[in-house]
Ligand binder design. Structure first.
Ligand code: HSE
Length: 316
C-alpha cells in the first residue's frame, strides 16, 4: 500500500533556464542562466488544478498532461507515495520556443517537489538520474539542478555522471529567440546515427577547448570552441538563418555563438565587450529577420545557483 503525501504540504521550486549543447558540447555541456520559472505545488486531498501565468502561459497544458505535474506524480509513485491531489501555480518566464530548457524546468520542478513532499529521500545524484530519465537527456536538467556549467555523460552502466564548474562572472550571454518552436523530438530525428571519425575529433577537441577556456578565462579560444559538426549541420534546415545569426553575433563583438539546445534559439557568448551585448542582440535579430524569421533577444547572465526548493505546511 502506497504512503499518502502529507496533505497541505506546499513546495515552491524555482528552476533556471539552461542552454544545452553549448558550442561543441552536443549532449554533454549545459549552462544555467539567470532566468527562472517558479512552480508552486500544494499537495491536497484530491483533484488537479493548474494555473499558469507569464510567458506563453496559454500554450502550456493546464491539465494532467502538464510536465511538472507528470514528473512529480512519476517520482512520488517511484518513491512509494500515493498522490491525492495537487494545486500547481506556475509563473513562466523561460521562452517556450525551444533552446532554453523550458521543459527541463518543469521536469526538475516536479522531481524536486516530489522529493520534498516525500521528506527528501533522494540524493543529488539520484535526482539527476530521475530527471534525466524523464527528460531523455542530461544536458538541460543537470545545469538546471546544479547551476554553473555542467559536463554530463551517460555511463555504460546507465548512471549519469556530472561535473559542475563555475562560470567566470565576466562571461555573459545574448540569446536570440525566434517566434517559432522547434520540436526537440523532431530535431533528434534529423540527426545521423553515425558520424565520421574526423567530425567526432572535431567536436571532442572543441568541447575540450570550451571547458578549458571557461576554466582558465582564456576567452580567445571561445570562438573556435563554439563550432560544431555533430548536430548543427543536420538541424540548420529547421532554423532559417542559423549560421548567418551566429556570424552576425561574432561580427558585432560576440566571442562565439551556437545553436542553443536543439534550437531554434541561438546563444552568443560575450566577454570583455559586455557593453556590446545590446548591439549583438540587435545584430542577431536583424540576421534572423533577413532570413524571414521574427525574433527577440535577451541578455542573460550565467548563474551559479541551480534550482531552489522551499517547503511549508500551510493551514487550511
Ligand atoms: N542535447 C539535446 C539535443 C538538447 O540536442 O537533442 C535538447 O534541448
Amino acid at each position: 500500500m502506497d504512503k499518502p503525501v502529507v496533505p497541505n504540504c506546499r513546495v515552491v521550486v524555482e528552476v533556471p533556464a539552461t542552454v544545452a549543447n553549448l558550442g561543441a558540447g552536443f549532449d554533454v555541456l549545459g549552462m544555467a542562466l539567470e532566468l527562472r520559472n517558479t512552480y508552486d505545488f500544494r499537495f491536497v486531498d484530491s483533484g488537479v488544478s493548474i494555473v499558469i501565468s507569464g510567458e506563453g502561459a496559454a500554450s502550456l497544458p493546464h491539465d494532467e498532461t502538464h510536465l511538472g505535474y507528470q514528473a512529480c506524480l512519476h517520482t512520488l509513485r517511484k518513491l512509494g507515495y500515493e498522490l491525492g491531489g495537487v494545486e500547481l501555480r506556475q509563473k513562466n518566464r523561460v521562452p517556450l520556443a525551444g533552446g532554453l530548457g523550458n521543459s527541463a524546468t518543469a521536469v526538475v520542478a516536479g522531481v524536486l517537489a516530489a522529493n520534498a513532499a516525500a521528506g527528501y529521500p533522494l540524493s543529488p545524484r539520484e535526482l539527476l538520474a530521475e530527471a534525466t530519465a524523464i527528460e531523455g537527456h542530461p544536458d538541460n536538467v543537470a545545469p538546471a539542478l546544479q547551476g554553473g556549467l555542467v559536463i554530463c555523460v551517460n555511463r555504460e552502466d546507465g548512471e549519469v555522471q556530472s561535473l559542475r564548474l563555475d562560470v567566470p562572472s565576466t562571461l555573459m550571454t545574448v540569446v536570440a529567440v525566434p517566434d517559432f518552436c522547434v520540436d526537440t523530438a523532431q530535431a533528434r530525428r534529423v540527426l545521423p546515427r553515425y558520424v565520421s571519425l574526423s567530425d567526432a575529433v572535431y567536436n571532442v577537441g572543441r568541447a575540450s577547448l570550451l571547458v578549458g577556456a571557461i576554466c582558465s578565462g582564456e576567452f580567445e579560444h571561445l570562438e573556435e570552441s563554439m563550432q560544431d559538426r555533430l548536430h548543427q549541420p543536420y538541424r540548420r534546415h529547421l532554423i532559417p538563418g542559423l549560421y548567418e545569426v551566429c556570424s552576425a553575433a561574432r561580427q558585432a563583438g560576440a566571442a562565439g555563438a551556437s545553436l542553443a539546445g536543439a534550437g531554434p534559439t541561438v546563444v552568443a557568448l560575450v566577454t570583455e565587450e559586455i557593453h556590446k551585448a545590446e548591439m549583438i542582440g540587435q545584430a542577431m535579430t536583424q540576421a534572423f529577420l533577413e532570413a524571414g524569421v521574427s525574433a527577440r533577444y535577451l541578455v542573460l547572465a550565467p548563474t551559479a545557483t541551480g534550482a531552489t526548493v522551499e517547503t511549508a505546511v500551510v493551514s487550511v
